[in-house]
Design a protein around this ligand. Structure first.
Ligand code: MN
Length: 203
């Protein structure tokens, strides 16, 4: 199956002023497209993987990938799956924090929506160098963590519910060194309907 490009589900300028058009165009059209292309190129050397879903290839620390391409699969397959989710986790006018099962689980796990956002923000700001902040489900329970580089929670058997790309390529044109401002802006454009549906699917 390989990896396929997921189109942006909105115009590249739709997330302004929180994420600018040029960043979205370069991020989706260049960085993301390169991860997808390089993943597909890597698995040319392992024809058995061509029939496997990206998610199944990443499982168990990319256990299905032969050693010769494991690093390429990890970096580029992770980049492909993380970004495919990320585009869908955003939307213009993200709307109110979730009610329903996800809202209930956030309150019971973190105390409040605000406390959850504080924990997630700390994970996003605290990730040294490049990586991602995540809200994940571990056996149905919510947890905040961060990953390095393009590592996906799927590699550890976790389900990514909400993720934020904190690579500089995701924010540098508009925010330069001010990652905290980018993370604060993110809360205005979270697609809570999509995120809540992901949690409903794992319950
Ligand atoms: Mn990125």
């Amino acid at each position: 199956m390989g990896a396929e490009i997921v189109a942006l589900p909105y115009a590249p300028d739709a997330l302004e002023p929180y994420i600018d058009r040029q960043t979205m165009e370069i991020h989706h059209g260049k960085h993301y497209a390169t991860y997808v292309a390089n993943y597909n190129k890597a698995i040319e050397q392992a024809p058995a993987l061509a029939q496997a879903s990206l998610e199944s290839v990443l499982a168990n620390q990319c256990a299905k990938a032969p050693d010769a391409i494991k690093t390429a699969v990890r970096n580029n397959g992770g980049g492909a799956v993380n970004h495919a989710l990320f585009w869908q986790m955003l939307k213009p006018k993200g709307g109110a924090p979730p009610s329903g099962p996800l809202g209930d689980a956030i309150r019971s796990t973190f105390g409040s929506q605000e406390q959850f956002q504080t924990a997630f923000t700390a994970a996003a700001i605290g990730r040294f160098g490049s990586g991602w902040a995540w809200l994940v489900a571990r056996a149905g329970k919510l947890e905040v963590l961060s990953t390095a580089n393009q590592d996906s929670p799927l590699m550890d058997g976790l389900v990514p519910i909400l993720g934020l790309d904190v690579w500089e390529h995701a924010y540098y044109l508009k925010y330069q060194n001010r990652r905290a401002d980018y993370v604060a802006a993110f809360w205005n454009i979270v697609n809570w309907d999509f995120v809540a549906e992901r949690f409903r699917a794992v319950k």
